[in-house]
Design a protein around this ligand. Structure first.
Ligand SMILES: [Zn+2]
Ligand SMILES: [Zn+2]
Length: 318
């Protein structure tokens, strides 16, 4: 009886904590948000650092929303190929214009990540302008999630799991199993932050740039699978469902040799660009002075509940 309960609890825990296809691993989201807080200069940076723990803890809330809100998933990816031929610079930056051209129903299937990043950045600007500081913390954390997703190349392509090119399983091999295995090699990003002159143009260009990494990763994956047994290949193809301890280490090693730097570069870009977006929102809001206190009375008009990390107690932060 007790064993049955333990097994049931384990299954439930796995169901609650497992990250589905729409994200980097939790540790990566936490790193990106935390490092971006450290990189943000000036009064906004000081404010974000007061709330660093919460901005890190909320870095994966957007994925949890997918579990009960079917309209949330398209916010985590874009399948650029459906929006026109490469290099996709003809996609309208305005969501209304895009809907008129492609149809909202199609966009809900093809993903709307860049428009969503745009919306969240503008919502952050508005919250800053209105002095809604509690909301600022939540939106800053959320923005970090979406920006990081946009820097996972397989979140920008219709071939999102290599399923169209004989590379099925690569999505999770790259973003989860390889990255986690070598996360110790990753270095904290350094300034400068990129300047943002035209927000939508920058956003779309960033994501298209990540799309252009896809071919290289697929070629590396094909190479890394060469010479493996059929059984080993079948395990890799399971992708998300693969058990970590049976994924051939030789495959992950070879994949890392050719794509490790790509992964770290994508994470670094996500981090400095996120800090730049926060700063953009603050400047566009008229550089408001943030409260330098974590106490509830510093946050009029919002119920300030200081929530600690609710997901992984062990911080991978470094
Ligand atoms: Zn996500
Ligand atoms: Zn993913």
């Amino acid at each position: 009886m007790a064993l049955r309960h333990i097994l049931l609890a384990a299954v439930l825990w796995y169901g609650l904590t497992a990250t589905p296809l729409w994200s980097w691993d939790l540790d990566v989201h936490r790193l990106v948000n935390g490092h971006a807080v450290d990189l943000t200069p000036g009064p906004l940076g000081d404010f974000l650092r007061l709330h660093r723990e919460r901005i890190v803890a909320l870095s994966n809330d957007a994925d949890h929303r997918c579990e009960h809100d079917p309209s949330e998933a398209p916010n985590h990816y874009i399948e650029f190929e459906y929006y026109g031929g490469p290099p996709h610079f003809s996609v309208p930056y305005d969501r209304g214009e895009a809907e008129a051209r492609y149809g909202a129903e199609n966009m809900a299937k093809w993903g709307v990540l860049p428009w969503h990043i745009l919306d969240v950045t503008q919502a952050l600007r508005d919250a800053l302008a209105n002095g809604e500081w509690n909301k600022v913390v939540v939106l800053a954390a959320d923005l970090g999630h979406y920006v990081a997703d946009g820097h996972q190349p397989f979140h920008t392509t219709a071939n999102y799991d290599g399923q169209l090119s004989g590379n099925t399983g690569i999505h999770r091999m790259f973003e989860l199993f390889m990255v986690n295995r070598y996360l110790d090699h990753y270095h904290r990003p350094e300034p400068p932050l990129p300047p943002i002159e035209d927000l939508p143009a920058s956003l779309f260009m960033w994501l298209v740039e990540n799309l252009q990494e896809v071919e290289g990763i697929l070629a590396a994956d094909t190479w890394a699978r060469e010479g493996l047994t059929n059984q080993a290949k079948a395990i890799i193809s399971q992708g998300y469902d693969a058990k970590p301890d049976v994924i051939p280490s030789s495959y992950l090693e070879r994949l890392y040799v050719r794509t490790g730097l790509t992964a770290w570069t994508c994470m670094t870009k996500a981090t400095v660009r996120l800090a730049a977006l926060w700063l953009w929102a603050w400047e566009e809001a008229g550089r408001p002075t943030p409260p330098q206190s974590v106490w509830p009375w510093a946050y009029p008009g919002s119920l300030w509940l200081r929530r600690g990390p609710r997901e992984v107690p062990e911080s991978p932060d470094r």
